[in-house]
Design a protein around this ligand. Structure first.
Ligand code: OOG
Ligand code: NI
Length: 447
């Protein structure tokens, strides 16, 4: 069919449409975008090297656009249908996150692009959580929740029809693509009208605020979007000046010369007016804005060290002392690209330089990349971490559910149950990074 829209184009349109909708719904999010743009500009002005590097990578134009968003669903069918929706946009389930360890009754995955070209084009991801009804202690309440969820359909009939059309055609024309985006937006739109009366809402809310958020509305409203910042510490510090209340601490690793994984922080969820069935007015607190700064993906060995150090550091009360403490504890993880590479702590992509190309025949599978890098034949580029961190995610959840301390509670990881609900396995993020690294090594003749 002529003029078919690619998955990358659809994802791009989708992330723009979500951003426009969310800025309308949550004006404070628009303010956060302005702050992020201001800080990014200042960083670039002070760092011509970085500016050049981003320009070369074609990153400058879309520096301030969203990198991820998050939603929460209530039942298996919703998750499975989202899998179909996101697949059309080139977003596939990667990773399994068990948040129950941190007292949040959900488990999650991230729908995201997987191949190098798609990630380079637009890495937009949706962190998607499934409520675990079995973790609701009150049996009656659990039954009520299940009954409410059984009745709702978060997708429009036209969205469902378009999914079937896509399955038959294997593609969308441009008008179909635009209609699809419009229909999908309906699922993520905010509804001021709760589907339950205020008593039912309060009962869920008392068990866990998240249950009320997932069960009491017609859709699975987008609960935050997250642009990329070049200086997360600066944005965190400036938020109050822009009239935005930040969460207490920046999640993830400390600031380093050689950035690793993912650092993130958010502003606190707003208290928004809602209307209950039976016309009572009330408020609901779920929606916020977040920022992120990504670094290199760590190997299982590097990640184990990260998890160990993070556990050792614990949680500070205020961001300043927390970051200082993190810096100290993380001194055990070398802050050097070369050391991280030679110790097998992080993933890299390799590329031959023009001189390296000329000496291609003297490069043998199994050669150590380091001498070749020093000789100027080979360049190693850190592979960006494209996924999420369960401890950080729990911190983001908790700060926006009104409890930053975080009660640890029961609940066992249940990847198999999650995959059954999803109707497919989730990809292993480490395997994806390893494959990207291996592909690049093969191209250079190193593998
Ligand atoms: C998701 C929180 C997790 C992140 O960036 O780690 C998340 C949620 O609140 O639904 O988005
Ligand atoms: Ni997030």
């Amino acid at each position: 069919m002529a003029n078919n829209i690619t998955a990358d184009e659809l994802r791009e349109k989708f992330s723009h449409a979500m951003s426009a909708m969310y800025q309308q719904e949550v004006p404070q999010y628009g303010t956060l975008l302005e702050l992020v743009a201001d800080v990014n500009l200042a960083v670039l002005e002070n760092s011509p090297d970085l500016q050049q590097q981003l320009e070369n990578a074609d990153e400058l134009a879309r520096l301030n656009v969203e990198r991820h968003g998050a939603i929460r669903v209530g039942k298996a069918e919703e998750l499975a249908t989202l899998r179909r929706v996101f697949a059309i946009m080139g977003m596939f389930p990667v990773g399994y996150y068990d948040l129950s360890q941190a007292g949040v009754p959900v488990h999650s995955t991230a729908f995201r692009p997987i191949d190098d070209a798609a990630l380079a084009r637009n890495p937009f991801r949706i962190f998607t959580s499934l409520l675990r009804l079995e973790l609701i202690e009150d049996v009656e309440l659990r039954k009520t929740a299940a009954a409410i969820l059984a009745e709702r359909d978060i997708f429009t009939p036209r969205c469902r029809a378009l999914l079937d059309i896509y399955d038959q055609q294997g593609a969308f024309s441009e008008p179909q693509a635009d209609e699809f985006i419009q229909q999908v937006l309906e699922t993520f739109r905010w509804h001021r009208h709760a589907t339950v009366d205020s008593q039912t809402y309060q009962a869920f809310h008392q068990q866990h605020r998240l249950i009320a958020d997932v069960v009491c509305f017609r859709g699975c409203h987008i609960n935050h979007l997250t642009p990329r910042t070049l200086d997360i510490d600066r944005v965190q510090a400036l938020m109050p000046e822009y009239g935005i209340a930040p969460k207490a601490i920046i999640e993830g690793p400390p600031r380093r010369t050689f950035s690793i994984l993912l650092r993130q922080t958010s502003f606190k969820a707003l208290e928004e007016p809602i209307i209950f069935a039976g016309v009572h007015h009330g408020t609901h607190t779920a929606r916020f804005g977040e920022i992120e700064q990504r670094g290199v993906a760590l190997t299982p060995k590097g990640r184990a060290l990260y998890d160990e150090l993070l556990g050792e550091a614990g949680n500070g009360e205020d961001n300043f002392s927390h970051q200082q403490h993190l810096q100290q504890v993380f001194s055990r993880l070398p802050d050097s690209e070369t050391l991280m590479r030679s110790q097998g702590l992080a993933y890299f992509r390799y590329r031959l330089t023009p001189v390296g190309e000329m000496h291609r025949q003297s490069i043998k599978p199994g050669d150590d990349p380091q001498p070749l890098i020093e000789r100027g034949w080979l360049v190693a580029q850190p592979i960006v971490y494209e996924d999420f961190l369960p401890v950080s995610a729990a911190g983001i959840f908790q700060s926006n559910l009104g409890s930053e301390g975080g009660v640890r509670s029961h609940g066992h990881a249940s990847r198999a149950a999650f995959e059954e609900a999803l109707g497919a396995p989730v990809a292993n993020e480490f395997e994806l990074y390893q494959q990207a690294s291996d592909r690049s090594k093969k191209r250079c003749g190193l593998l």
